[in-house]
Ligand binder design. Structure first.
Ligand code: NAD
Ligand code: LMR
Length: 326
């Protein structure tokens, strides 16, 4: 790892997720224990005072790796020379809403930020979109950044992935670290397909040990609806677990996935598994040397085909809904 200072942009720095994420990034959990970093925290103007409080607390941690903290309401300042960006700042949903109901409220944010990233960030920037609906917001950002490789824009389905791993670990009486090769296909929404056909517990395939009825009627809806269940319980959407998943996503993209495992990332579709170009779709991926690679040639049975088709259809409809911003 190089010893120059990495510039890490976080939007929505004073929000719920931002308040968790900034501290974990500043402690070195993305680039590792030797890499000095500079935080660029972006907020809207009315939240600048709260953001100043976040900066004061970051200062008070005396993090050894944290060289500097820039706070701003100007995206062009936040994305200047950024090596990576967490696009978190956006409205969260409340009870009774689907994430795609946020599209009109949030879409404009990602077109402005895509343009600003294009003009100001390093060309090799890695972008993770967390703000909902994350897949389509990532699409908007990347369509507005024509000079940056579209591969550099990703959306977060790692929270769904981690949720699914945990559910399987509980069911199997195992630890989450024993569960490998799970997949989240498609959209970070209620149409996502959590697929355990290749999933392993301590190196052994789990599918034959899992009750099929539980898998279809309990596991899949639980993972699909977990965000709504958290909102119901907390009165606010997931924050610490979302920040944790964002760290996992960026950490693995930069440092690589573990041996004999893969993860799920929302990435631009390239025709793999019949998903034509034009949407940001969650696939099983491995990461190495700062690049992700979609796992190829997994068998897709009729049930999986139906599930993948449904989530792809929803993403294409979301795309239609924001056509003016693409
Ligand atoms: P929050 O309301 O607590 O914080 C959002 C922050 O973003 C606020 O401080 C707000 O001022 C700021 N903001 C709004 N517009 C901005 C802009 N243009 N530039 C910079 N900052 C801006 O919300 P939260 O709980 O932190 O959630 C943030 C987003 O993340 C929501 O859209 C939520 O639905 C989404 N989310 C996604 C996942 C996922 O798995 N992909 C998980 C959890 C939450
Ligand atoms: C989640 O999955 O927890 C987030 O996307 C928040 C939400 O709206 O469900």
């Amino acid at each position: 790892m190089s010893h120059d200072v990495k510039n890490i942009a976080i939007t929505g720095g004073a929000g719920q997720i931002g308040y968790q994420l900034a501290f974990r990034v500043a402690s070195g959990q993305v680039y590792g224990p030797k890499q000095k970093i500079r935080l660029h925290l972006l907020e809207i103007t009315p939240a600048l005072s709260a953001l100043e409080g976040v900066k004061m607390e970051l200062d008070d941690c005396a993090f050894p790796l944290l060289e500097d903290i820039v706070t701003t309401d100007n995206p062009d300042v936040a994305f200047t020379n950024a090596d990576c960006a967490f696009l978190v700042g956006a409205r969260p949903r409340s009870a009774g809403m689907e994430r795609k109901d946020l599209l009109l409220a949030n879409a404009e944010i990602f077109s402005v930020q895509g343009k600003s990233i294009n003009a100001n960030a390093k060309k090799e920037i890695k972008v993770l979109v967390v703000g909902n609906p994350a897949n389509t917001n990532a699409l908007i950002a990347r369509e507005n950044a024509p000079d940056i490789n579209p591969r550099n824009f990703t959306a977060m389905t790692r929270l769904d992935h981690n949720r699914a791993v945990s559910q399987i670990a509980h069911r199997m009486g195992s630890h989450s670290s024993d569960i490998k090769q799970l997949i989240i296909w498609g959209n970070h929404s209620a149409t996502q397909y959590p697929d355990i056909r290749f999933c392993q517990n301590k190196g052994k395939t789990v599918i034959n040990d899992i009750d099929h009825d539980w898998y279809i009627k309990n596991f899949i809806p639980t993972v699909q609806q977990r965000g709504a269940a958290i909102i119901k319980a907390r009165g606010a959407s997931s924050a610490a677990s979302a920040a944790s998943a964002a760290i996992d996503h960026m950490h693995d993209w930069i440092n690589g996935t573990e041996e004999k495992n893969w993860t799920s990332m929302g990435v631009m579709s390239d025709g793999s598994y019949g998903i034509e170009e034009g949407v940001v779709f969650s696939f099983p991926v491995t990461c190495k040397n700062g690049e992700y690679h979609i796992i190829q040639d997994l068998e897709i049975d009729a049930f999986s085909q139906e599930m993948i088709h449904a989530t792809n259809k929803e993403l294409r409809e979301e795309r239609e809904g924001v056509a003016s911003l693409l």
